[in-house]
Design a protein around this ligand. Structure first.
Ligand code: PRP
Ligand code: URA
Length: 209
């Protein structure tokens, strides 16, 4: 599928199956989301530009490689996107963080914003938008619109599960934003939930209902 990368690494797929299991504890669900966040971060940063720098080892001078440009911005959509954050910050500890508070109205399924705080120089940085679930894509589309309004130009979207309907909507609203996901599920149900999915990611992560 154009514009979408499915991360089919066996470790990701194994952990995802554990997360889908309705018997998985809150603690286990959160731990697995953190671990998969790390693995997805590894994949989504695979093609970051590199520059050469001269360093000196205890033996001699040499040219080493370092990531070029300004530090990344990680932009989790609250609440569930926060589940990816720790794992990704473990790999990219100097990243900046933009918090985007959105909830989905249960009737209209439209995204309602309640919080937004981002670094001021988004235009100079690559932004990874994080949310485990891409269902209708209303939340992802709204979050990306908001980041673009604030200057972001280079964005990537990272999720755990995507519905085909959500991929189509996000790709048509923001064709410049590539999607990384661990799986593409069958469909949305009448309430906008992903099937087979894993239920409500925020509730499972925080033990709410
Ligand atoms: C969930 C999920 C996504 C959104 C996806 O959030 O974490 O943000 O739904 O659905 P969409 O693609 O149809 O917009 P929710 O609104 O339940 O908020 P929460 O994370 O605070 O529980
Ligand atoms: N949000 C979730 O948390 N799960 C879904 O299946 C759809 C939206």
């Amino acid at each position: 599928m154009q514009g979408v990368t499915v991360v089919d690494h066996p470790l990701v797929q194994h952990k995802l199956t554990l997360m889908r299991d309705k018997q998985r504890s809150t603690k286990g669900f959160r731990q697995l989301l953190n671990e998969i966040g790390m693995l997805l971060c590894y994949e989504v940063t695979r093609d970051l530009p590199i520059e050469r720098i001269e360093i000196e080892t205890p033996m001699t001078k040499m040219e080493g490689a370092q990531i070029a440009g300004k530090k990344l911005v990680l932009a989790p959509i609250l609440r569930a996107g926060v589940g990816f954050l720790d794992g990704m910050l473990t790999l990219v500890p100097a990243a900046r963080v933009a918090h985007i508070g959105l909830y989905r109205d249960p009737e209209s399924l439209q995204a309602v914003e309640y919080y937004f705080k981002a670094p001021s120089d988004l235009a100079d940085r690559m932004v990874l938008v994080l949310d485990p679930m891409l269902a209708t894509a209303n939340s992802a589309v709204a979050a990306i619109e908001r980041l673009k309004e604030r200057g972001a130009k280079d964005l990537r979207f990272v999720c755990l599960l995507a519905a085909p309907e959500g991929i189509e909507r996000l790709r048509s609203a923001h064709p410049d934003v590539h999607i990384w996901t661990a799986a593409i599920d069958e469909r949305l149900n009448d309430h906008g939930y992903i099937v087979p999915g894993l239920g409500d990611a925020g509730d499972r992560m925080y033990g709410t209902r």
